[in-house]
Design a protein around this ligand. Sequence first.
Ligand SMILES: NC(=O)c1ccc[n+]([C@@H]2O[C@H](COP(=O)([O-])OP(=O)(O)OC[C@H]3O[C@@H](n4cnc5c(N)ncnc54)[C@H](OP(=O)(O)O)[C@@H]3O)[C@@H](O)[C@H]2O)c1
Length: 280
Amino acid sequence: MTTTIAVTGATGFVGGAVARALGGSDAALRLLVRDTSRAPEIPGADAYAVTYGDREAAVRALDGVQTVLMVSAAESADRLEQHLTFVDAAAAAGVEHIVYTSFFGAAPDAVFTLARDHFATEERIKASGMGYTLLRDNFYLDFLPSLVGEDGAIRGPAGDGRFAPVARADVARSAVEALAMPQDHRGVTYDLTGPEALTMSEVADILTEHRGSEVRYHDETIEEAYASRRRWEAPDWQYDAWVSTYTAIAAGELDGVSIAVATLTGREPLSLRDHLAAGE
Ligand SMILES: NC(=O)c1ccc[n+]([C@@H]2O[C@H](COP(=O)([O-])OP(=O)(O)OC[C@H]3O[C@@H](n4cnc5c(N)ncnc54)[C@H](OP(=O)(O)O)[C@@H]3O)[C@@H](O)[C@H]2O)c1
């Protein structure tokens, strides 16, 4: 029997890369997207309109699917509720295995506030009866260049803490392996990291070297961090999420290099330097 794999987030980076990679495989491919007019063109793939909060649409779209990639949703006040609805819908539809893009150090008391929602999503997946593979992604290294302000400074309360950022391309490649051979990765949680643990000062040094102009790291106090972000209008949970991306690093919760990307994909993960060399 041909396996049917559903890929969510196919209009985005990770889901799109996974969908394109699976497009050439023996599996039948279903793209679950919020807007089918933006679904990538992949020969043989069908697109279904699904938002995570819409249980009925999700159950319909997942009917007959064995394996699903669940890309975590965009940040929103009800993101966790949407995640839980989608997990329940997948189980109700008879999905056998779910691969979820979680977060490094996901825990109920994680400093990074959104890592708590990832933990709650993981728990729902574990309780669902479906087979699962959890990909706990460290911070995406693709976004590090965009942390630099117009004044050439990265600002945030990360102190001397280390983190091990991972390229989204490596997350996608790892997900493809788990989706293609779910039986080999059943019940496994992988920490997906890049090849090195860096401080924000070291990130600034690497960006300086690449750009040829100085990038500095300014270690803000927590008060400074909230104040500097208040120039963007946002709900309180969003400020907490933004600031805690840095305080989680300061607390050491993002530290630790894993070999999971190499184990899963058979190639070494990209470093920040590799990513920059390929074009910022
Ligand atoms: N580890 C990190 O540092 C880090 C950083 C940023 C984000 N993330 C998480 O990693 C995920 C994947 O990253 P990415 O770079 O591929 O993100 P991306 O390019 O923004 O793509 C996200 C995808 O998820 C879809 N989506 C968002 N909210 C949804 C919802 N409520 N229901 C159904 N689909 C939804 C989007 O659909 P539309 O095209 O319709 O918006 C898009 O296809 C992100 O969604 C986010 O949860 C992690």
